[in-house]
Structures are given as C-alpha cells and as structure tokens.
Design a protein around this ligand. Structure first.
Ligand SMILES: *Cc1c(COP(=O)(O)O)cnc(C)c1O
Length: 413
C-alpha cells in the first residue's frame, strides 16, 4: 500500500495558485478579491475545491455509499446550497441548521437531525418538516412521540447509538464510555422496543464515534464495528433498517508531520463491509457523514496587518482579525498543544526576504495568536495574512462577540 508522506505546510499552501506573488482563491488574485469583498477580515471558500474533493471521494468509495454533508462544519447558506447539489443528504444539528438545509431544496427524507438537548419545539419542527430525527435519549424518544401525536404526523426516527467501542486516534471522541451523545449500546434493544410500541416510523441507526481522524486503520475498524453492531441489533428492530449512518471522522492535516488520510484502504474495506450489510440488511443504505473533510481545505481566512512592532527583539505583526473569527487557528478549539495552522503573507507569496514572526489578532488577550515564531515573507502594514485549512469550524465556531470587534464577511467563489 502506497504510504502518503507527512505533509509540510508548503504542501497545503502549494495547492493554491499564485500570480505575481498574489495567492489566488477560486481563480481570483487576493488583492482583487479583497477589493471585491470591500473589507478585511474575510473568509473565502473555493467551490471548485469542494466539488473536486467530493468527486475524488466518490471515485474511490463504493458507488452505493451515500455521502452526507454535516453542515455544522460550515453552515454558510451558499456553501450548504453548493454542497446540497453534490452530496446525497445533509445532516443538521439544530432547527437553525435545518432551516438552511431545507432552503436548499434538499428532499426532507435525505436530511437528518442529531445532537443532544433537542427541545420540544425543535422536535416538532423536525417532524413537521419530515426529516429523520436521530434520538439521543429515552426522554427524547418520549417527547418525540408526544409531538408526533400532537401533530398527527408519524415521526421518522433513527436511534443514535453510543457504541461500546471508541474511534481510536480520534481528535474528538464521540463514543465509547459515558457520553452525552446517543443511547448506550446495551440499552438500545429497550429503546427499540419502546419505539415500536410508540408506533413511530423507524428508519435505522446512527453510529458516530469521533472526528478528525487521520489513521485509516482506526476508521476501518470503527466502520467494521458499526456495521457489525447494526447487524447484531437488526432482529430487535420494529421494522427493517433503511438507513445505517456509520458516521464519518475523516480528518484533514493541519500541522507539519500530519499525514493526509489514505482513502484507498478505507474504500476497499468498506466495500467488503457493505457487501455484508447488503446480505443481512437488504433494505438499508449505508451513509457516511462528513464535515471538515469536504470543506475544510477549500477555505482561507484573510486578515490585514495593521501594526508591526518589536518587543524585546521579537517581531510582532498585528492583524485586524483574530480568534473571534478563527478560534481553531488560534489553537483554542479543542487542541491540547497549540500548533500553527498553515499561513502565508498572501500578497507576498514566494517572496525572497523572510523573517521569523509572531502574528497576532486584535484582541486584548495573549490567546489571540495566529502564528507563533513562524518563518514568513517579510511583511509590512497593509499586507494580507492568509490562514489556510479554514473552511470548516471557522466563523461559526468562534466567539464573534468577544471584545465587540467588527465581524468577518464570508464569500463563496
Ligand atoms: C460534527 C459532526 C460531524 C462532522 O465532523 P467532521 O469532523 O467535521 O467531519 C459528523 N457527524 C456528527 C454527528 C457530528 O456531530
């Protein structure tokens, strides 16, 4: 099996075109793009990169696999609209996201809602919309039945299982051991029994064990265990499983030394598993749900340098953006050890003069750091700082109101 070499930040940056030292996003040189947007900071997402990523994935994965977009990664309506035109379904985590998903015209039966703490009104909205509700607890199941009776519409339900296994080497675990997500594997038969008694419309299972994984062996193992678990539970179901959502977890490399995910072995193993699933669960489609893998590499965050100063010989470039727009890049969104995201001076690409610098945001906190001791093109006030790998968990995953700074604009190119 061909091993992909570990990435260097340059690998990610080089996947964008450059013209006259200007980075191009979606074919538009950065300076021109900034003029078009009319302000910094902004996020720019390249739709062709999203389309390409999905096409590559489909080419490798079994043709019967359904690929859903988990829209919490990037819920910008234009992005979701674009994704809706190329994926098989949308996964939402709130009624707010459900609205954006329905607005795209995606069929309701290809939309599912997951997430703990769904309020009665959200459950009612989901039932009225006709989407699939992934149930996370026994109480939620009862409330869903109450709302279903009140509306006179049979709710479509999948049970989210908190599996006994965990996704190894995952950046963010969502299964294995006590969790707020899903119903513990051992309690699922009881939930299925209750679901049958409540006469709800049973769709299947949702098994999401974790996120941001770069180890294909770990993903293969989780997928095998998920499918085996569904097969094991099939007899306890009130009706045939129609949907088996085996989660996602496909990660993208952010830091030097990380290796892009090798899809080929995952696809090969999944193909075998899907053959098995077909035999035991003939009515079921198999779904994976992906967020960052589909959109993360398609987006950049662009800020402008507003100050350049030295503090005890250390150079600081101060930008007009920061962690209030891109918490992930600052290292404060779930990272244990802070590392630099790939970053470049976007109007001085391939610049001969370099300097080692700190790049910070405009917030009054030392946490507001975009680059720590990074070797960059020599930059001046007015130059653009571009943070790569920013298409997922960017603007909406950041504390926008912290320090009452102006907001960032988002564009899809
Ligand atoms: C967040 C989430 C995803 C997407 O995770 P990514 O790491 O962005 O792929 C998928 N499914 C569920 C249930 C989630 O909560």
């Amino acid at each position: 099996m061909a091993k992909t070499p570990p990435i260097h930040h340059a690998t990610i940056i080089d996947s964008f075109d450059v013209e006259n030292h200007n980075l191009k996003v979606g074919g538009v040189p950065l300076k021109q793009l900034a003029e078009r947007v009319g302000q910094t900071p902004f996020y720019a997402y390249d739709r062709s990169k999203m389309t390409q990523r999905l096409a590559q994935l489909r080419q490798q994965m079994p043709s019967e696999l359904k690929i859903h977009y988990a829209m919490k990664a990037n819920p910008m309506p234009a992005v979701v609209q674009h994704m809706a035109s190329i994926v098989d379904g949308l996964d939402v985590a709130s009624a707010g996201e459900m609205k954006v998903a329905l607005d795209t015209g995606m069929a309701a039966n290809q939309i599912s809602m997951a997430g703990p703490g769904k309020r009665p009104v959200e459950l009612a909205q989901a039932i009225a919309a006709g989407i699939t509700v992934n149930i996370e607890s026994f109480n939620e199941l009862e409330e869903l039945a109450i709302q279903s009776n009140r509306l006179g519409i049979a709710a479509t339900v999948a049970i989210r299982i908190n599996p006994a296994f965990e996704l190894k080497s995952s950046g963010m675990k969502m299964g294995g051991g006590p969790k707020q997500f899903g119903i513990d594997e051992e309690q699922v038969p009881a939930a299925l029994k209750r679901l049958g008694a409540l006469q709800l419309n049973f769709a299947g299972f949702h098994i999401f064990s974790g996120s941001q994984n770069l180890k294909s062996e770990a993903i293969i193992e989780a997928q095998q265990k998920s499918i085996a678990l569904a097969i094991k539970l099939a007899d306890a179901c009130p009706s045939p499983i129609r949907k088996l959502n085996i989660g996602g977890g496909l990660g993208i490399p952010y830091f030097p030394g990380e290796t892009p995910l090798n899809i080929a072995p995952i696809a090969e193993a999944l193909d075998k598993e899907m053959q098995r699933a077909k035999q035991y669960l003939p009515d079921s489609s198999v779904i994976i749900e992906l967020g960052r893998y589909l959109v993360g590499e398609a987006g950049v965050y662009v800020t402008r340098i507003v100050d350049k100063k030295y503090s005890y010989q250390q150079l600081y470039l101060v930008t007009d953006g920061g962690l209030h727009h891109n918490l992930s890049a600052s290292g404060n969104f779930g990272q244990i050890i802070r590392k630099n995201y790939p970053l470049a001076i976007g109007n001085k690409m391939n610049w001969p003069e370099k300097e080692k610098t700190m790049i910070v945001g405009a917030l009054c906190t030392p946490l507001d750091l975009l680059a720590d001791q990074m070797e960059c093109s020599e930059a001046e006030i007015g130059d653009y700082v571009v943070v790569f790998q920013s298409g997922a968990y960017g603007l909406t995953a950041s504390p926008a109101d912290f320090l009452c700074q102006p907001s960032a604009v988002e564009v899809l190119i």
